[in-house]
Design a protein around this ligand. Structure first.
Ligand code: SF4
Length: 92
């Protein structure tokens, strides 16, 4: 069964400056957002349901809500160099 999407842009309107949703003017996602679970389509564009201006979210570094990047960082962060070294030597 398909998971129900509770984050669609119901009631949004397209304006000359972008999409207007809940009083926020939203800009389309940027290339770094590709693959993030917070991306939702509206008409012929993709938008972020957490931030109206994805480009500014990335301006200061990695977006802290990016679901596609978090997984990568977590996996890397769990590697303990000392344990990894011990594991490597046991395998010899
Ligand atoms: S949460 Fe961050 S990475 Fe994901 S779509 Fe929004 S701005 Fe882009």
């Amino acid at each position: 069964m398909a998971k129900q999407d509770t984050h669609s842009f119901d009631g949004a309107t397209t304006t000359a400056d972008g999409m207007m949703y809940n009083g926020f003017l939203c800009k389309p996602i940027i290339d770094k957002c590709e693959g993030c679970d917070r991306v939702r389509p509206f008409e012929d564009q993709n938008y972020c349901y957490s931030f109206p201006q994805p480009a500014s979210k990335w301006a200061m570094g990695r977006c802290n809500f990016a679901t596609h990047m978090k997984t990568e960082t977590k996996a890397q962060g769990k590697v303990n160099p000392l344990k990894a070294s011990k594991r490597a030597s046991k395998g010899k």
